[in-house]
Design a protein around this ligand. Structure first.
Ligand code: AMP
Ligand code: ZN
Length: 468
């Protein structure tokens, strides 16, 4: 599997730190409002990356935070005359509802910045002890950027160019040693939430939050760190500086960044006011359509949002849904139980679409080509399956389709479609085959079930089955 690494600016073979396991951190939203569909892009994209990794057999530890202390949250709380916690709790709950409707799986852990302050105080103290950070007179703690020799390695920026840019905008009234230094801890202002610290009553800077939460839930070295491309600089660059200076280890091996969701070729953002919330879109479309729309482009390409493209996504998704419905319908009415020799060949041939899908996804998660493979499978099923097809053939095709769609997180209702009846029938057939010493057929059935995630266990009480 190849992934594009922002660090090296090229596609690299994915090799996890630990065999069979993936440790992945995705920067989550700041919760002061309903999320917009730009924020939804990394959620959908990296949920799909996670699902594909799981499909490939990896155990994925997926951590995504909520930034629940921030200037914008404080501003909103003041406007409404409520606590910052009330604002963040409200929008975390709303965000989770949107995620569920987009079929984005909950992370293994969703840490909250405000619950991890102790870890932040500890990391900042270590950075001070190691000479990488210093408190200024007003209690602000800064990171000593130039001391971290590799600063700029992710964003491919040069420190002197950065410094020249900084000089032009000249920051006054600060006690920084160097204009490149960034904040780790800042003093509270009147009426703001704060925590005690050795330096002042205050709150953490944004970057330190992710370094600490990633370390706590995934360890000092992780496989993948991800987010939107606007996070490359300064957020991720600063995270690398803090974590690597503190831990003395490479922080993350692969840095993945999604391109922007645009409107009229401009980044959708709250500050420009050119956004649609996920909630607004849900009034017009099933959010699986939004998901399908996002996945029809490569995650690193910019994607322009338009009514037209959403309509095209709706039609595309409907085509897949209809294909699945058709198979289900035929299955219900099918008479013959077992695949004929001809069907066996057709079934074997349909593997080609799985191979095509995997090839696309193995190439830096090319969901656009993955979707083409799904369309081809649907077309194949529509032409090869009919009223004379066997139950087994129809079920196998259906399961194959559901499996691929499951990786993309579309066709969610298919997930619940449990054809227990068919499983029981195949198990009976396998028992009969074994009795007749037709072990080839028995093994074939076991393999077929396994391909659908059904594991058989031969016990003294008979055959038991479970879903993988
Ligand atoms: P924020 O709440 O602004 O920190 O954003 C949360 C996540 O959404 C980050 O990974 C951002 O990079 C991402 N994001 C924000 N706006 C867009 C956009 N228009 N297109 C793609 N990703 C975005
Ligand atoms: Zn982050």
């Amino acid at each position: 599997m190849k992934v594009y690494n922002t660090l090296s600016r090229q596609k690299e073979e994915f090799v996890p730190l630990e065999d069979g396991k993936v440790k992945m951190y995705v920067c989550g939203p700041t919760v002061y409002n309903l999320i917009h569909i730009g924020n939804a892009r990394p959620m959908i994209v990296f949920d799909t990356v996670r699902r594909y990794m799981e499909y490939k057999g990896y155990e994925v530890n997926f951590v995504s935070n909520f930034t629940d202390v921030d200037d914008k949250i404080i501003k909103k709380a003041m406007e409404e005359g409520v606590s910052t916690q009330e604002i963040s709790n409200r929008y975390i709950a709303e965000c989770k509802k949107d995620m569920a409707a987009m079929n984005v799986e909950p992370a293994t852990t969703h840490p909250l910045a405000t619950e991890e302050i102790d870890g932040m105080l500890e990391m900042i103290s270590t950075l001070i002890d190691k000479g990488y950070a210093y408190p200024a007179g007003d209690g602000t703690v800064y990171f000593r950027t130039r001391k971290f020799k590799e600063y700029g390695k992710l964003s491919h920026k040069n420190l002197d160019d950065l410094q020249a840019g900084h000089r032009k905008i000249k920051v006054t009234g600060e006690e920084k040693e160097d204009s490149l230094d960034f904040v780790l801890w800042k003093p509270k202002k009147e009426g703001e939430p704060y925590w005690e610290s050795p330096w002042c009553q205050g709150r953490p800077g944004w970057h330190i939050e992710c370094s600490v939460m990633s370390k706590k839930y995934l360890g000092e070295e992780i496989d993948i760190h991800a987010g939107g491309e606007d996070l490359i600089f300064p957020h991720h660059e600063n995270e690398i500086a803090q974590s690597e200076a503190c831990n003395g280890k490479i922080f993350a091996r692969y840095w993945l960044h999604n391109g922007f969701l645009n409107i009229d070729n401009k980044k959708m953002s709250k500050s420009l006011g050119n956004f649609f919330t996920v909630r607004e879109i849900s009034e017009k479309y099933d959010l699986q359509v939004l998901r399908f729309f996002m996945l029809s482009a490569h995650y690193r390409s910019p994607l322009n949002f338009s009514e037209e493209l959403m309509e095209a996504a709706k039609n595309g998704l409907d085509r897949i849904r209809n294909g699945a419905e058709n198979l289900k319908h035929l299955w219900k009415n099918a008479k013959s139980p077992q695949m004929t020799e001809e069907e066996k060949e057709l079934w074997e041939k349909s593997k080609e679409f799985v191979v095509k899908f995997e090839t696309a996804m193995d190439d830096d998660f090319n969901t656009a080509d993955g979707i083409s493979a799904v369309f081809e499978l649907v077309k194949y099923a529509n032409t090869k399956a009919d009223g004379d097809s066997s139950k087994e053939f129809l079920d196998c095709l259906y399961q194959r389709l559901v499996k691929l769609c499951g990786i993309l997180g579309i066709l969610a209702e298919g997930k619940e479609e449990i054809l227990d009846e068919e499983i029981e029938r195949l198990i009976e057939e396998r028992q009969a085959a074994r009795k007749e010493k037709n072990f080839a057929r028995a093994d074939e059935i076991r393999g077929m079930l396994l391909a659908q995630g059904i594991i058989l266990e031969d016990t003294r009480e008979g055959v038991k089955w479970k879903r993988a």
